[in-house]
Design a protein. Sequence first.
Length: 334
Amino acid sequence: MTDVLELDDIRLALPHRGGDRTLLRGVSLSVAPGEALGLVGESGSGKSMTLRTVLRTEPRGARVTGRVTLDGQDVRRLGASALRRLRADALAMISQNPRAALNPVLRVSQFLVEGLCDARGESREAATRRARDLLAQVGITDVDRCMDSYPHQLSGGMLQRVVIAAAVAGSPRLLLADEPTTALDVTTQSEVMAILDEQRRERRMAMLFVTHDLELASAVCDRIAVLYAGEIVEIATPDQLHSAPRHPYTRLLLDSRPSLTAKTPVLPVIPGRPVAAYEVGDGCAFAARCPWSAPQCADGEVTLAHHADRAVRCRRSDDLAGELAHATGPEATA
């Protein structure tokens, strides 16, 4: 089965007065039809910038190398008109802030209907019927009131439902979701994610889902890619990550989550501070913070090694497999 999306060795650097600053250092991943892949990591790890290389909306002056293939087309080589067609036909985006996605002076009906008319060439009558159906599909009960409302008259949860309806309206092959529930309370977050997951499965859309929340990614994603300092350090299924993580950073991320059952006087934290991609020297980017680091970890570039249905970027992953499955690092508490 051909993958909907494939990123091959994506590297991105931004111009800076002290020299170019690297933000992505060889990101490679793929998403199959109907699959949800989560991107998880600390702030600044490169999650959102990875999405922007797919959209080709990276900051002005950015130098990007590598290959992005979407629906069989090399996104990085498309002209402006071909890129617009690809975005309209195969790609949709849901951002963190739904209010930023809607025009504040347009009613929801205008936003949805005009979008359908422009993207699909539908008549206003047909587009209005379809907009109402889409709002009902994403869990909005009072469709009339919603259609007649301006964005400021709706709650965050309602707005995110409208954005999801707009995103799936064109039946995209790939849905990019950049922390779509960050601004929502926990209950609304659960409802919105259930709707998003249902729409993905019914329409067999591939989804690239960015989040800080490992639990949320585990609930809605088929696989999870863990990013650190602009590169992927591990890719695995949620069950594999939780039961047997192969990278020390993944293990420490899991240990640092609050628990509803375990009584811990001090919440474990990852030692040291996150490093930016442009600060990384030779060797493993995580070595300075890793309780299991060894001298060989500082020698040369560490590649992402693929083992059956998972991948890991760690020279000691085989040696530490048993320990990482059960133990917290000796220095991982504050």
